[in-house]
Design a protein around this ligand. Structure first.
Ligand SMILES: [Zn+2]
Ligand SMILES: [Zn+2]
Length: 427
């Protein structure tokens, strides 16, 4: 038994914001109440800290099987635990692609053996994510996938998207959409605009994303399927999501910490600023923050995309897209959104917990009988992120060396403490 004492419980599902203790009994939450005592229980003192339902990351790349130089299920989930995440959804663009029940089972079994946090695999929409024939979606669902996506690339045609959605609607699985129009993307490496002109880098217009988001909102209307827009970066895409929600469609979306923190004006000749979708304009960023505040955006997701140092240590044009994200996500949310007063602390917790859970059709709350997945964090703890200290196998982040206020302090999965920031660091 583990008793979390003296914390401030923030539970968006029940709108609870109160000084309460939480008693965990093995895999489940046993009790929530004031001044609990449990003889013999291990005590975790959360004085001055926030006690939240366990964070969920809807979007990451764990690189296993096949790219273990960059990350493994073991190393990636250790980094996730340090970021406060108790469950992560891993994208299927591994080698081989997770497009069959056997690959899904391999990931689930590996995670059961070595992962620090829960791993919920996402299956490919098309075989090999090649955009031709459908993947073995029903068999993968039986093996444990929670959603379907060809992330890394878009689903090339509206016709294939319709087939994927028809199938996923029958199975009640969300389709996670990497929105990109390949013909407009056309070899670009950053957002098209004054900065790409100045740097002499090939630009990608915002419309590459927006056109695809609009198309797929229309296909969601046609099919009635659940559509989730991944790593949304443009005002235009958000407008389509708002329209879809107003129309009663089952459309949700996520925003990454880097897209609400940085803009294309921050890009320099450093491949840690190269990601897809690229960093967007100031206008886009302000629109995303508005959506995070008013509820149009459902979730913050990291798109943790590790690449081993050798692969990013090349010219900007040749580098792969993507940055790591688990360990900086909460701190970026606190420093970029909560501390400046753009969103409430409760809303931030929602974006990491009930928001992503809802996208997957799950619940997330602190109540007796619920899974004992809990994230404990500080809104004030001062620290500096050092990529070199990360358990991730990769270092590709533009936030190396950044000073933060607020950090995950303990991560609990199934009643077990899987990460705890050392007491010395708390002083
Ligand atoms: Zn993507
Ligand atoms: Zn991704």
């Amino acid at each position: 038994m583990l008793l979390i004492k003296n914390g401030r419980v923030l539970d968006p599902g029940s709108r609870t914001d109160a000084a309460l203790d939480v008693l965990l009994d093995g895999e489940r939450i046993a009790q929530l109440g004031a001044n609990l005592s449990a003889p013999g229980a291990e005590i975790l003192d959360a004085k001055g800290l926030i006690v939240s339902p366990g964070f969920i990351d809807l979007h990451c790349h764990l690189r296993e099987p096949g790219q273990e130089m960059s990350e493994t299920i073991e190393s990636g989930t250790r980094a996730a635990a340090r970021g406060g995440f108790t469950a992560v959804c891993c994208m299927p663009n591994t080698q081989p692609v997770n497009d069959s029940a056997s690959v899904t089972r391999g990931i689930v079994e590996r995670a059961a053996a070595v992962a620090s946090v829960r791993v919920w695999p996402i299956g490919a929409a098309s075989a090999g994510s090649k955009g031709e024939a459908l993947a073995e979606i029903a068999a993968m669902k039986d093996a444990g996938i929670v959603a379907v996506s060809d992330d890394g690339k878009p689903i090339a045609t509206a016709r294939l998207m319709r087939q994927v959605m028809d199938y996923c609607r029958a199975l009640d699985l969300p389709v996670i959409d990497h929105c990109e129009d390949a013909s407009l993307f056309a070899g670009g490496v950053m957002r098209e605009g004054p900065t790409s002109m100045r740097l002499g880098l090939k630009g990608i217009p915002a419309q590459s994303e927006t056109i695809c988001a609009g198309r797929d909102v229309e296909v969601a209307g046609l099919t009635g399927a659940r559509l989730h827009v991944a790593h949304m970066s443009t005002l235009g895409s958000l407008e389509y999501v708002r329209f879809a929600k107003k129309s009663g469609l089952r459309v949700t979306c996520e925003v990454t910490p880097h897209h609400f923190t940085l803009t294309d004006e921050d890009v320099r000749y450093d491949t840690n600023y190269k990601m897809n979708p690229p960093l967007a304009s100031r206008t886009d960023r302000e629109a995303l923050i508005q959506g995070l505040a008013d509820g149009a955006v459902d979730s913050i997701a990291t798109d943790h995309a590790p690449h081993h140092p050798g692969s990013k240590d090349v010219e900007f044009d040749r580098a792969p897209f993507g940055i790591t994200g688990f360990e900086t996500a909460l701190a970026l949310g606190l420093s970029g959104l909560v501390h400046p007063g753009k969103i409430s602390l409760m809303r931030l917790v929602e974006l990491f917990t009930t928001g992503p859970a809802g996208v997957l059709g799950k619940e997330r709350k602190i109540a007796a009988g619920e899974p004992a997945d809990v994230t404990i964090f500080s809104t004030e703890h001062a620290w500096t992120f050092r990529a070199a200290d990360s358990p991730s196998k990769s270092r590709n982040t533009p936030f190396d060396g950044r000073a933060f206020r607020g950090a995950p302090m303990a991560t609990i999965v199934g009643g077990r403490i899987v990460y705890r920031r050392e007491a010395a660091a708390r002083a």
